[in-house]
Design a protein around this ligand. Structure first.
Ligand code: SAM
Ligand code: SF4
Length: 473
């Protein structure tokens, strides 16, 4: 019998609804939960009404995360009651980082919940489901088990949905940025063995996947053990993945500036499958704030790093994360952040108002919390600047021909939607047979969050697919 599978169990078909909050790692985890539950007869459904099991796969990164989960649980309780009135049973579970942080508290506040389990335990779902369905009380599992869930997940899981897939290679974090809950909810850093990652990648490609995004809370800290006992960094892993026939695109997220080593930087210039787009959170442009955040790099360290990356790959488009109103942030600190944004020039970025996360060091910086109104104003200012850079970057695409991987159907009749190498959404009128294909698209429209254009036939391609980008700072 395969590790982690339940072959031999004849199960009746049951409906499984998973609602995923937060990051791509949660999306990946939700898919793996569905894989683990498939041998028990659970089939995914996109509606919670009438489902036999509902899992909320939660995120705890920002404020009100738990409150959102409790209000969703209130809505689910009505559906659970309706199902019971029809003589059925809806198992309700809370998974992910809120489950890890709140544990049994969830069952106290929402007694209709049957299972609460953290991100490291979902390989134990079959046992937990059995206990929850047969047992008297609910199941709470927020352990950090000694065995890795990755070793115990079904090796051959459900088919990927579409031509772009996530592949989790690393989890957890030992960096302890003072604002962040991840080291507490996801545990310490762990890298999957190289062989496991390569096998999963080959399987995805054999099912038609053309683009793989390697995931990790600190993905560039990857240090996976190979069969010969050597330890591979992310750069080496990417080079090996690039050898897989049919894998056209590789991406990775999320990275920490301190873990960008020479080999990974070099891969950006030498591995054509590695897309010219990098999400590299900096959080702030002020050295004082970066130190208080425990980021262990300065604004200039970040600038130099970007210079090195651009020297290897001049076509590189950058993305980042910013926090406004970290405790003690002054107008000057904030001005330093705006200066850094202007110096670098981002193709896109995410920005958040600082929110105190219980249990993190920054949350207890008494008397240093920034006024909500100031945080809001700074957030607006930062977003205005970042949006302007994003629009300017998108406009540099007009007149270019870009490779687009079509992975979704658009809202309009005959419309397909795909991603450019730089992660932009591209809308095109195109025949349905092109779904899942990489197609050359001539860009004619550029908007705040997307591009539009038309499919170019081979005869009319006049520009290379990836010309160098003009400076977009
Ligand atoms: N590991 C990544 C890194 O080192 O930057 C990011 C992890 S976190 C899931 C994603 C983003 O959420 C962070 O980059 C940060 O900008 C934001 N974030 C995390 N904690 C936050 C907090 N307490 N308040 C506001 N934003 C926060
Ligand atoms: Fe959180 Fe990222 Fe810092 Fe780790 S490196 S503590 S995940 S922000």
């Amino acid at each position: 019998m395969r590790k982690g599978s339940l072959t031999g169990v004849t199960a009746l078909k049951k409906k499984l609804f998973i609602k995923t909050y937060g990051c791509q790692m949660n999306v990946y985890d939700s898919d793996r939960m569905a894989d683990v539950l498939a041998p028990l007869g659970y089939e995914p459904t996109d509606q919670p009404d009438g489902a036999d099991m509902v899992i909320l796969n939660t995120c705890h990164i920002r404020e009100k995360a738990s409150e959102k989960v409790y209000s969703e649980l209130g809505r689910i309780r009505h559906l659970q009651n309706e199902k019971a009135a029809d003589g059925g049973r809806m198992v309700v579970a809370v998974a992910g980082c809120v489950a890890q942080a709140e544990g049994a508290e969830i069952m106290m506040r929402a007694p209709h919940v049957d299972m609460v389990f953290g991100p490291q335990t979902y390989h134990q779902l079959p046992e937990m489901v059995t206990r929850a369905v047969r047992g008297a009380g609910g199941v709470v599992n927020t352990d950090f088990p000694v065995e890795s869930k990755f070793d115990l997940l079904p090796e051959e899981s459900a088919k990927p949905q579409g031509p772009a897939a996530f592949l989790s290679v690393q989890e957890g974090c030992d960096k302890f940025c003072t604002f962040c809950v991840v080291p507490y909810t996801r545990g310490s850093e762990y890298s999957r063995p190289v062989g496991q990652v390569l096998n999963e990648a080959r399987r995805l490609v054999s099912h038609g996947v053309r683009e793989i995004t390697l995931l990790g809370q600190n993905v560039n800290a990857f240090h996976g053990e190979a069969a010969d006992g050597s330890v591979w960094g992310l750069g080496r892993l990417i080079r090996e993945l690039a050898e897989i026939d049919g894998l056209a695109r590789i991406r990775y997220t999320t990275s920490h500036p301190r873990d960008m080593d020479d080999d990974l930087i070099d891969a950006h210039g030498t591995v054509p499958q590695l897309m010219p787009f990098l999400h590299l959170p900096v959080q702030s442009g002020s050295d004082r704030i970066l130190a208080a955040m425990n980021r262990k790099h300065t604004g200039d360290d970040y600038r130099r790093l970007i210079d090195r990356l651009r020297a290897r790959q001049p076509d590189l488009a950058l993305s980042s994360d910013f926090i406004t109103g970290f405790p003690g942030e002054t107008d000057q600190d904030f001005a330093d952040t705006l200066r850094l944004i202007n110096d670098i020039g981002f193709a896109q970025a995410y920005s958040f108002k600082y929110s105190a996360r219980p249990g993190t060091p920054a949350a207890s910086l008494e008397g240093r919390q920034v006024d909500e109104k100031v945080k809001d104003e700074r957030l607006q200012a930062v977003q205005q600047l970042l949006n302007a850079q994003q629009v300017a970057f998108n406009q540099t695409m007009i007149g270019r021909t870009l490779s687009v991987l079509f992975d979704r159907v658009g809202k309009l009749d005959g419309q397909l939607l795909g991603r450019s190498a730089y992660m932009q959404s591209v809308y095109v009128q195109a025949p349905a047979r092109l779904m899942g294909q990489m197609v050359e698209v001539h860009i004619t429209g550029a908007y705040a969050n997307s591009l539009s254009g038309h499919v170019v036939t081979a005869e009319t391609v006049t520009q290379p697919a990836r010309p160098a980008v003009e400076a977009h700072a």
